[in-house]
Design a protein around this ligand. Structure first.
Ligand code: CMX
Length: 133
């Protein structure tokens, strides 16, 4: 199973509003959606650049994944998401190949996509997301 493209790059930020201004005013991109994903304890902002998106992530809870990430490592690239036609199969295949899969079964993420993560300790330090419809 091969990804079709990089769906998005997730960037952890402390303040969504000022980081949105950077992408809009300096890069000239348009923030087309702001969405809270309660399950993931984040508020997200999206920008499109070709087929790939930039997802800004502001934590809504210091104990959530992004809150903990910023506390420990500061702001910066949080994850890379690959698009698959069959995200469930892609996660299954990764697990079969011995990768530590955080979500055995895809769950609902932002933009109505089904998502699942691979643990950064088994992906050379990069939190890796698989996503699809
Ligand atoms: N990238 C790289 N390394 C990361 C990381 C990240 N985003 N987040 C944590 N780590 C590292 C920690 O620094 C730590 O490393 P050291 O032990 O070397 O210090 C290690 O991973 C910690 O791993 P852990 O003890 O298993 O647990 P954590 O409680 O810190 O959780 C993780 C880490 C990745 C399992 C958890 O954040 C997770 O399940 N993430 C998936 C969900 C998520 O990130 N959601 C937010 C985005 C949602 C969206 O896109 O909508």
């Amino acid at each position: 199973m091969k990804p079709t493209h990089i769906e998005h790059i997730g960037i952890a930020v402390s303040d969504l509003e000022s980081s949105i201004r950077f992408y809009e005013e300096v890069l000239g991109l348009e923030c087309y959606a702001i969405e809270e994903v309660k399950d993931q304890k984040v508020k997200t902002a999206f920008f499109k650049l070709g087929e790939t998106k930039i997802e800004l992530l502001e934590s809504t809870d210091p104990e959530g994944p992004v809150g903990k990430f910023i506390e420990k490592r500061g702001q910066g690239i949080h994850h890379i998401a690959f698009a698959f036609e069959q995200v469930d199969k892609a996660l299954e295949e990764a697990a079969e190949k011995g990768v530590r899969v955080i979500d055995q079964v895809p769950r609902k993420g932002a933009e109505e996509l089904m998502i699942g993560f691979l643990h950064p300790k088994s992906t050379f330090g990069v939190l890796t997301e698989f996503c699809g419809k």
